[in-house]
Design a protein around this ligand. Structure first.
Ligand SMILES: *Cc1c(COP(=O)(O)O)cnc(C)c1O
Length: 427
């Protein structure tokens, strides 16, 4: 009861002074999760067909994609040691930083030091840190189109303008380097590349990466290289770390154990300076990263404690088995798409966990867009795939192939049935 004897519940006119964040709530960006929710809601509630999702890169639900017992043992040992129950230093515990420096140096012409490594709560947090550090009114970064949307979503919230350069499907999703030069100006800080590529499933060639490095140098900007799918490759192009070109241009490499070890829930990632000329120190970027981490949350210390064992002891067979399964599914997709009306896959997937497939809307009856395609597919076939709009490319869809083969085959069968049914009759 309030002072007037009325009830609080009925006092509709009371003036509250707080409100939600407009910048967040007006964000026009589709997050992958929100799109998937929308599609899942569209599933026919009367069907008893199990839903199949080829929409997200998290195969932890499949038995054959279980992480290695080496990783599990490492976490158990870390917990049992009682050495990792404290808060960690904001940059991460030294043994973990040392192990990551060692692990990544295997791919590099230079030796990383633990001081080059900052631990984060997954690669998502690494993106948050880097984007936040660069955010200031007027500044911009160059981001690929299509792209993993986290960059854009974060930037929108951090006063950082995003400018899109194209990845060219006809060239195996190489960077449109001329386009990059045309986009950059005096307020450009960095170019983001994702290699192996999400959402395109491509892997950059050495010479192309060198060209990206030289272009960035010419423009006076650095490279943010998202290598969260590092080593998850199975095609003709080997994985090359962007840090290879650090003598040309400074590189911040972002990564995590989420994808290669199939433990996205463990939330352990990193930001690594590949910078033999110490440019990140001279420009204050290194200091800003440290300062941001001082006021941000850390990955769980017990997972940090497990990192040396995870990185040093994981058997090669674990990795090769995962890659073999993904390659089988990716090859099946590539072959079967050829017979599906309205869909084309411009090149063989080479890595990561997903690939972009083009929709030929002119060949399909009663489908107005990629989102419409995915909504109807969910409704009619209980199959979820990601519309291109969720990664910034209309009239394409993204299909995840990190899926157990029988499920994947079932999913492709449904996709084919759907496209056959919606194919325009030839006359
Ligand atoms: C999955 C993914 C991330 C996020 O990785 P987490 O370690 O799970 O936070 C970042 N970038 C790309 C390109 C991804 O696909």
């Amino acid at each position: 009861m309030d002072v007037n004897g009325g009830s609080y519940e009925n006092d509709y006119n009371h003036k509250w002074k707080f409100q939600g964040n407009k910048e967040l709530n007006n964000a026009s960006i589709f997050s992958i999760r929100s799109v998937i929710n929308l599609l899942t809601q569209n599933i026919d509630g009367n069907t008893n067909r199990p839903m199949i999702s080829l929409a997200i890169g998290d195969p932890t639900g499949f038995k054959s994609y279980r992480t290695t017992s080496t990783a599990v043992d490492a976490v158990v040992d870390s917990v049992r040691s009682f050495d990792f129950n404290s808060y960690s230093p904001t940059v991460g515990v030294l043994p973990a930083r040392r192990a990551i420096a060692q692990y990544l140096s295997q791919d590099l012409p230079h030796q990383l030091s633990p001081d080059d490594v900052y631990l984060t709560a997954g690669c998502t947090h690494a993106i948050e840190v880097v984007v936040s550090v660069l955010g200031r009114p007027g500044a911009n970064i160059l981001v690929p189109k299509p792209c993993y949307q986290q960059y854009e979503a974060r930037a929108a919230f951090n006063h950082l303008e995003v400018r899109h350069y194209n990845l060219i499907p006809e060239k195996g999703w190489e960077v449109d380097v001329d386009g990059v030069e045309a986009l950059a100006d005096d307020n450009t800080a960095a170019i983001v590349i994702i290699n192996p590529g999400n959402p395109c499933g491509n892997v950059f060639k050495y010479q192309h990466m060198k060209k990206i490095a030289e272009t960035a140098r010419k423009l006076g900007i650095f490279v943010i290289s998202d290598e969260v799918y590092g080593h998850l490759v199975f095609g003709s192009n080997p994985f090359v770390a962007m840090g290879e070109f650090a003598s040309i241009v400074p590189v911040l490499t972002l990564g995590s154990i989420s994808k290669r070890w199939i433990v996205p829930g463990w939330r352990l990632g990193w930001i690594v300076k590949n910078d033999p000329s110490n440019i990140f120190n001279k420009t204050g970027i290194a200091e800003s990263i440290k300062n941001y981490l001082d006021i941000s949350s850390d990955p769980a210390t017990i997972i940090q404690g497990a990192i040396p064992q995870i990185l040093e002891k994981t058997n090669k067979d674990f990795f090769s088995n995962i890659i073999k399964m993904m390659k089988e599914a990716a090859e099946m997709l590539y072959e079967r798409i050829k017979a599906i009306p309205g869909l084309t896959l411009p090149h063989r997937p080479q890595g990561s966990m997903a690939v972009m497939v083009k929709l030929e809307l002119a060949l399909l009856e009663n489908i107005s867009s990629d989102l419409d395609f995915c909504l109807k597919l969910a409704k009619e076939e209980c199959l979820i795939i990601l519309p291109g709009v969720a990664v910034g490319l209309n009239n394409w869809v993204r299909i995840t192939f990190a899926v157990e083969l029988p499920t994947f085959e079932d999913g492709l069968g449904r996709l084919e049935a759907f496209c056959q049914r919606h194919a325009k009759k030839q006359n």
